[in-house]
Write a protein that binds this ligand. Structure first.
Ligand code: NI
Length: 175
């Protein structure tokens, strides 16, 4: 059984923050420290609440993401992915209204491949390749973007992006 008291809720960086624009590095070895980080990221994502979180969002420039797109009435199904990579993407596209814990209170439609194959390593250094569609496909692509310093607002029009950035800068000043 998971002892909730051992988990830390991490601070989530919000745009504009220079760390969110940086490229993260591959993880060579999954150490206990990395496993603890992933557990804390899952807990932080649940508390936020959100459906995905990438390590750069908590200030760690490593290729690690966590995702859980299960519904409220379903059992939790967290994915902890180390060095995730898109190995195939469908030509068919899908549009979802996206949000981001690093871009609070803003949402915008983003078009991405509808289905992808993702290769990643789990917390025990086991390699996996899964095919994802629907919300999982979108969410994993959004999180992998974070590892390359890309936010969902980088996929939308410049006008919409500048409206959102102005709002974020104002929110930071008031905080
Ligand atoms: Ni995000």
């Amino acid at each position: 059984m998971k002892r909730v008291s051992d988990l830390a809720i991490l601070d989530i960086l919000t745009a504009p923050d220079p760390l969110l624009k940086k490229k993260a590095s591959p993880v060579e070895k999954v150490t206990d420290e990395i496993r603890t980080l992933m557990d804390d990221m899952v807990e932080t994502m649940y508390v936020a609440p959100g459906i995905g979180l990438a390590a750069p969002q908590v200030g760690v420039l490593k290729n690690i993401i966590v995702v859980d797109v299960s519904g409220n009435d379903e059992d939790p199904h967290p994915y902890k992915m180390v060095n995730p990579e898109i190995t195939w993407a469908s030509e068919e596209l899908a549009t979802y209204e996206e949000g981001c814990l690093s871009v609070p209170e803003s949402f915008s439609e983003v078009e991405r491949p509808a289905r992808v194959k993702i290769r990643y390593m789990d917390e025990n250094e086991q390699e996996h390749e899964i095919e994802a569609d629907g919300l999982l496909a979108t969410c994993v692509q959004h999180e992998i973007d974070h590892l390359n310093g890309t936010l969902f607002i980088d996929h939308i029009s410049r006008i919409k992006r500048s409206i959102i950035m102005r709002k974020l800068t104002k929110m930071k000043k008031m905080a």
